[in-house]
Design a protein around this ligand. Structure first.
Ligand code: XMP
Length: 520
């Protein structure tokens, strides 16, 4: 467990697909919360965590299943407010003496409308301004009898106990999901819940920054720290924060594998070495990487070569720092939650992702991960708080293997040069049209085919390229961006006119799934 100086809310995860959204809503209210899978929440855990309030998430189980997930009974004796959502409501009623019935035709999925009972409670302040509230339901089983002490405060056609509460004990239980977008006024419920639990909204970025700096100093002492800087938002924010905490005890290693975008190396080095005055090793290893990649066209082989070389090179340069005891990483909260996910279990490898995993053990380093408690947009807010320019913070994600995975087939310097130029024109177009911030990620892939064209009175035989632009929330699923025909036409013309070596431009309209965002 990490943070102990804030009022803390505990979310017990029963495996809902949308548990992370509960945390998002709470963080938006400046409330510090952590998600923990129900298996880990024991009596001892509860005592140590000492939450000021608890939320039970939804989940796919039925209280009738053998070994159905439950919180420890002691949670009800802690004297703190509890909110149960969907399965969280059912398990609460089940444990406190109410009844749950199996679906049998009364399942309710999707939009529903809840109407109020005559009595109002503080949880519902700002609700039922209209005669009914839109909510999002997704349940098979339902509560058929509420537990002693509970009253009903809202009903829907298929959920007579849509909103219930035992006001004396501050226990609340709702059948719907207030955390999702389709419960438009859901945030108000969370706001009321944390208010009545006594949260003061002390989780601000300014406070976080102070505290993170204190913790980094405490953890690191006077030891040296190395940090792999990629130029991406996460590692950049981590580096600036750590530098603020320990100054020149931090050295960043920026490995240039020759697969970066136009001007990228210059921008990163200028920003960190010149602007922030950080000790920075700029390791230009492009000959090594491009040499080893020569003649390789299989995507997984390419990824593995890059991953291995990256670790070797990083280790070589990190050794130059001499005596470093810590490795800093920009690990985020979603990575932490995923690793203990309810439904967990090994999933199929689609792509071997590139990271510096394995290094800490190999080099005998301990990890410094100051962003472990943050979501991506919170990292961006922290970056702003630390004075990183917006143009840097808002950058689209860029994968560790770089342009290698945007160059299907053989990688050559010639193709990389063409790709860099085309990509720069495309991104320039997107910026000029004011679309950059609406798009999650955009790039060009150079295709391993040449096509025939005619320019002026001459025949051309050049490469084709594909433009990619997607909207996404987390990169796990994505949809193609609906550019106008005018935009696409203008961009194709510019690329063909300005980039020697390309004579055909296509637009990739595949969503993920079934496609992936990158081409390899
Ligand atoms: P895919 O192509 O799997 O990409 O749909 C999802 C997101 O992950 C990025 N990506 C990577 N990021 N190392 C990274 O740091 C990698 O090896 C890697 N492969 C893909 C990709 O750019 C997209 O944002």
């Amino acid at each position: 467990m990490s943070d102990t100086s804030h009022d803390r809310l505990l979310i017990i995860d029963f495996g809902s697909q949308v548990t992370q959204l509960i945390a998002r809503r709470l963080r938006e209210l400046n409330v510090y919360c952590e998600i923990h899978p129900y298996q880990n929440v024991t009596d001892a855990f509860l005592a140590e965590f000492a939450p000021k309030a608890v939320i039970f998430s939804g989940g796919p189980a039925s209280v009738f299943d053998e070994g159905a997930p439950q919180p420890p009974a002691s949670v009800f004796d802690m004297g703190v407010p509890i909110l149960g959502i969907c399965y969280g409501q059912q398990v609460m009623m089940h444990m406190l003496g109410g009844k749950v019935e199996q679906g049998h035709g009364t399942a309710e999925f999707g939009r529903a409308y809840v109407t109020p009972s005559d009595d109002r409670i503080d949880l519902l302040n700002g609700w039922f301004l209209e005669a009914k509230e839109q909510v999002w339901m997704s349940h098979g089983d339902h509560v058929s009898q509420i537990a002693p002490g509970f009253e009903v405060y809202g009903t829907s056609p298929n959920a007579p106990f849509a909103i219930t509460a035992d006001v004396a004990r501050n226990f609340f239980a709702v059948q719907f999901h207030p955390e999702v977008h389709h419960t438009p006024n859901g945030k108000t419920l969370y706001e009321n819940f944390v208010k009545l639990a006594g949260f003061t909204g002390d989780w601000t970025m300014g406070a976080y920054r102070e505290e993170a700096i204190r913790k980094i100093r405490e953890q690191v002492g006077d030891a040296k720290v190395i940090c792999g800087l990629s130029g991406g938002v996460d590692s950049s924010v981590a580096a600036v924060l750590i530098h603020e905490a320990i100054g020149d005890q931090l050295t960043c290693v920026f490995v240039d594998h020759g697969l970066l975008r136009q001007n990228e190396a210059d921008e990163v080095v200028t920003m960190f070495r010149d602007h922030y005055n950080m000790p920075l090793i700029h390791a230009d290893e492009s000959d090594l990487f491009l040499g080893e990649l020569e003649g390789q066209s299989d995507p997984e082989t390419k990824r593995k070569i890059i991953g291995k070389l990256f670790i070797d090179v990083f280790q070589k340069h990190a050794n130059e720092v001499g005596g470093a005891k810590f490795l800093a990483q920009g690990t985020l909260y979603p990575d932490v939650i995923e690793s203990v996910s309810f439904s967990g279990g090994p999933s199929v490898t689609i792509k071997s992702h590139h990271n510096v995993g394995g290094l800490p053990e190999k080099m005998g380093l301990k990890l410094v991960e100051p962003l472990r408690e943050l979501f991506k947009d919170e990292v961006r807010a922290l970056g702003r708080e630390l004075g990183l320019p917006d143009s840097f913070i808002g950058r689209h994600p860029f994968p560790g293997p770089g342009l290698a995975i945007r160059c299907p087939g053989d990688i050559t310097r010639e193709k990389l040069d063409i790709l860099r130029k085309a990509d720069a024109v495309y991104i320039d177009q997107i910026r000029k049209h004011g679309l950059y911030d609406d798009i999650w990620q955009a790039f060009v892939a150079i295709l391993p085919v040449r096509t025939v064209g005619v320019m002026g009175d001459f025949r051309t035989y050049d490469y084709a390229c594909a433009l990619r632009a997607v909207t996404s929330v987390d990169g796990m699923t994505a949809d193609y961006y609906p550019f106008s025909h005018e935009f696409l036409g203008e961009t194709a013309t510019r690329i063909i006119n300005e980039v020697k070596g390309i004579n055909r431009v296509t637009y990739d309209i595949t969503s993920k799934p079934p496609g992936t965002i990158e081409w390899e």
